[in-house]
Design a protein around this ligand. Structure first.
Ligand code: M6R
Length: 612
């Protein structure tokens, strides 16, 4: 949610900042802006994507500036427009500020500031921050920028990742974090600041993650980190373990397609060193010391949002099936506001690709407060959720740039599968059964690669449905969450209204929607629900709905019932979601691109939702 980049060093700041914004654009693309300090402050900002800003900048002079900040916005308060774009400036134009997050008490702060003569030029909550800093600094000129920011933040309620520069102190950038991530990249005589590591990785792999409630002053020669209360902090330097290549498109037209195609490799990475096929066991380093406590949980509660929540639902089915521990799956946003009953006998598992989702983070904190043991499943190494959980497992899917989550989902499901196996071992299923299921899991990457070979055929099917207004996705058992995920993928990138349902629920309402224009995507693989699904298909056919089936190879019956069939390799029910979701991702991708949608940057969305 909003991307932040800062640079201070010996090189031209503007190109570094612009390039950084491009790498961060998946965090928001409503507007973009840049401020550099070169004697005086220069600020340029533009509605729309970073390329709009770049075009607008060509011919303008930002040459010679070696410090600056830049922002790409996902609008919360105030529509996407030039004037609502960041950076925001104080009236005298010598302080510039960029903000990620929400200032919750901005209305009262704004009223006070207006009362004191401050004129606002935008509708954003963020602008109050720059005027507040200005007011505090003017009232006490003995302060420096850092001191003024520190004092201002005492008045601020809400969440922020902030970067501030001033032409009065041109050789520093002041940053602060509460609720919105910030990373400092450490180069040779230069420093980079960003809301995630993507813009930093091409310059350095050494980073420092700020924690909530910390501020940093970054100069050309060093950086110091203190709490907002002014207590100096020792920070650990972390080495990033991903390369530039991993965050580039590598010949694919979109990040989403690249990430879909990366899945066989990612799946192998997720399992590497963890699935010990020869010994028929699972080795989960991140939770090893806590496994006994996990096995003794009276109940497991899984909290997540969006696609991660769908993975959590599959986790519920897997853990209950294998480990026989009761599981509940909650939307993190509901969990935090409904006064849930959670005790120290419970284990709460939070799942998040980004590790920064505000609702999931709040659910984690609430669960901790209530005494539960909290475990995380995150993709982004060093993310806030990863750091605040007692133990956890990384999904090792590599950076996911496409706003629509694909490889992170399948990686989460594999982690949950391995967890379910680890929880079952020695308790609920035999060693031989574990061995068989692990064999099945280990075969998944090759099977996914075979499904991906059908990309062209899937594109042809997509072409037939690109003008649909609505779509239904139906599945049962382990494949019900995949139906939800298929519908979410389609709606978020193609803007076609889509619903996912347990197939048997169709007759309790959605069946009324079916007519000759309604595509119905059935997941009808060979498992214990197959015959029931076939009956559901018949029900749709008799109402003239258009049936597209995802079915098991060798199923000779289904071709007679469905208009189109996408055949996938056979596998056992518990691993099936890892296969059935692949055609869902490809269908959504192709339908959206054939409609001319920008799948990597769907409207109104951002990659990580760090606001409530
Ligand atoms: O980073 P997280 O996994 O916590 O994100 C949760 C959701 O915001 C995310 O899955 C969202 O639903 C995606 N756009 C789905 O493709």
């Amino acid at each position: 949610m909003c991307g932040i980049v800062g640079y201070i060093g010996k090189r031209e700041a503007a190109p570094i900042l612009l390039n950084g914004l491009k790498r961060l654009e998946y965090r928001g693309y409503d507007s973009a802006g840049i401020a550099v300090v070169n004697g005086e402050m220069q600020v340029l900002k533009r509605k729309g994507s970073v390329s709009n800003l770049e075009e607008f900048m060509s011919g303008t002079v930002m040459i010679g500036a070696t410090a600056g900040i830049a922002h790409t916005r996902w609008a919360t308060h105030g529509s996407p427009s030039d004037r609502n774009a960041h950076p925001h400036m104080n009236v005298s134009g010598d302080i510039a500020l960029i903000h990620n997050g929400i200032v919750e008490n901005y209305t009262s702060l704004k009223k006070d500031l207006i009362g004191q003569g401050y004129a606002f030029t935008s509708e954003t909550d963020s602008e109050v921050l720059v005027h507040l800093i200005d007011r505090i600094w003017k009232a006490d000129p003995s302060l420096d920028l850092e001191g003024a920011v520190r004092q201002a933040l005492r008045h601020v309620e809400g969440a922020y990742g902030l970067c501030i520069v001033s032409s009065r102190e041109p050789d520093k950038i002041v940053v602060a974090r509460k609720g919105s991530p910030l990373v400092i990249g450490i180069g040779e005589g230069e420093y980079f600041i960003a809301s995630d590591a993507a813009p930093i990785v091409e310059h350095t792999n050494k980073v420092v993650y700020l924690s909530d409630g910390e501020m940093a002053v970054v100069t050309r020669n060093n950086y110091t980190v203190k709490t907002i209360e002014n207590v100096e902090q020792e920070k650990r330097i972390t080495e990033l373990d991903f390369s530039l290549e991993k965050i580039e498109k590598g010949g694919y037209e979109h990040f989403m397609l690249k990430e879909i195609f990366e899945q066989p490799e990612v799946m192998r990475d997720v399992m590497r060193g963890r699935v010990r096929l020869d010994e028929g066991r699972i080795q989960l380093g991140g939770i090893e010391d806590y496994l006994d406590r996990l096995k003794q949980a009276k109940r497991i509660v899984i909290c997540a949002c969006g696609t991660s929540w769908h993975a959590g639902l599959i986790g519920e089915y897997l853990i209950e099936e294998f480990a026989r521990i009761p599981v509940e799956v909650d939307y993190a946003s509901e969990f935090r506001y409904r006064n849930p009953i959670v005790t120290s006998d419970d284990v709460v598992i939070v799942i998040s690709q980004s590790g920064e989702t505000a609702d999931t983070l709040a659910a984690l904190r609430l669960a901790k407060e209530k005494g539960a043991m909290v475990m995380g499943i995150c993709n982004v190494v060093g993310s806030t959720i990863a750091r605040e959980t007692l133990c956890g497992m990384y999904t090792h899917a590599g950076p996911e740039v496409g706003v629509a989550s694909t490889k992170a989902f399948t990686a989460q499901v594999i982690v949950l599968f391995m967890l379910a196996m680890a929880l079952s071992k020695g308790r609920t299923i035999s060693h031989d059964e574990i061995r068989l299921y692990l064999r099945d899991l280990a075969d998944v990457p090759d099977k996914v690669a075979r499904i991906l070979e059908q990309n062209d055929a899937i594109k042809e099917i997509a072409a037939e449905f690109k003008d649909a207004k609505n779509a239904l996705y139906l599945g049962r058992g382990f494949n019900f969450p995949v139906a939800l995920e298929g519908a979410l993928k389609l709606k978020e990138i193609s803007y076609i209204h889509a619903e996912g349902y347990p197939a048997a629920e169709m007759k309790h309402g959605p069946i009324a929607l079916i007519d000759e224009d309604m595509p119905v995507f059935f997941i009808a693989t060979r498992d214990n629900t197959y015959t029931k699904i076939i009956s559901n298909i018949e029900e749709v056919r008799s109402r003239k709905g258009r049936v597209i089936a995802i079915a098991s190879e060798g199923d000779s019956e289904i071709g007679r019932l469905a208009e189109h069939v996408i055949y996938i390799p056979q596998a056992s029910g518990p691993v099936m979601p890892l296969l059935t979701v692949i055609p869902m991702q490809l269908l959504a991708y192709h339908i959206a691109t054939l409609r001319g949608c920008n799948v990597d940057r769907p409207r109104n969305l951002a990659k990580s939702v760090t606001v409530e």
